[in-house]
Write a protein that binds this ligand. Sequence first.
Ligand SMILES: [Zn+2]
Length: 487
Amino acid sequence: MKKIFPFVLLCLMAFSFWGFRALHPIQFPDKIALYESHNRYKEPLLKERRFKHADIVPLLNALPAAYRLKVVGKSVEGRNIYSATMGNGPVSVLLWSQMHGDEPTATMALFDIFRFMQRHDEFDGFRDQILSKLTIHVVPMLNPDGAERYTRRNVQDIDINRDAQRLQTPEGNILKAIRDSVQADWGFNLHDQSRYYAAGNVPKTAAISFLAPAFDEAKTMSEKRSDAARLIGVMNKTIQEIIPGSVGKYDDTFEPRAFGDNIQKWGTRTILIETGALPGDPEKQELRRINYTAILTALSAIADESYKNMPVSEYDGIPFNNSNAFHDLLLREIQLPTLRGKFFVSDLAYRNDEVQLADNRSFYLSSKISELGDLSTFFAYNDKNLNGYKAKMGKVYPTILADFAAAKSLDVATLLSQGITYIQVTNFKKSKEIMNFPLHIIQPNTNVPKEFKIGLNPSFVLEKEGKIQYAVVNGTLHDLGKLAVSK
Ligand SMILES: [Zn+2]
């Protein structure tokens, strides 16, 4: 008895741990092993978001013959649009990315998956199952002309994702034609969403949002749409382990012109994956890894049909995106001045726009006041309570300097501690370095903002008990104590 009892207890513990898995054989191999494998397969030539068609064509042409590379059509400007096909199984899966030219995260992940699928190692069983059960058609970068400029729309200035019915874009026609020709059982519509969405009413960004798009106004849950929802449940379980609480559900309003909604209507189990943002991942390389993990997990769950064991309630439990929830900088409970010299208590938020340089590859951030007043319902990447601090508009340094090099030789902390935030420079071009500099570089005689108003970008200092402690320059908060130390 004494010896058997611990054994029984051990068995019970083991069952409670493994039992769930045995009843729901959802993951093969371990999802975390897949996530951790990413560095080994990651396409090293895609490093940042603003890659172009010319960057991916050599990668496509280097794919082994087993990928059955095809030109499926041309963009408005004549760039080839490709499909690559893997596997020989009876289930047809179609994945397309970058229908919006400035939404490239999943494209990078698709190239990582190409590299993953052609290797031979401990994941061979996993690959074999996928390739024997599925035929996977991949269209990376459906909108190469938009990618060239890093814009959402194609060069007709049409949003391809509002062209599923009228089909007046060559890119939209290509997608419709390939969906019809392969009679896709499953469709993956791969996008990027705003960096300002939260995953529900929580201070967590919607790093990934999913949707099984509706195919009618009533948002009917057909058998096939339910399958799509179950598969999203599988991906959600995996992704929640990596980024807990950062998964959202995209707005499920029926959009009669959008591809996801129509492809669902045409009989393909359709899944929208929207990549948002994660703090500290500006080029979305961690999110690319999460896409890789989510897509491979999904392909595996289609191949072994384990998605059927996932209840739709898992999908229903994903919180809807809380759009417009995040700001880049949020200063709480500061004192803002009026033009008459009085002060009022307000929160103050800034958001940054990426301003692209002429090469269409580099950019700088330009900031604007995005909201003020009571912002207690909002969140931010940089969120700070500065109760009791008074905002004072920055002053302009009286001497006009020749160039940015001269500005860099100034004693930044001392100038800011005197309330000076603007430096007039005769010769400069806006760049990342200049816009990140803790003094705001302006042309001589620029009219700098005199008020705290939405849409303006005032640089200012924050003072408490007669001492200036912080400065906000181009939407970035600087602690003068730390600036002085780093000097
Ligand atoms: Zn999009």
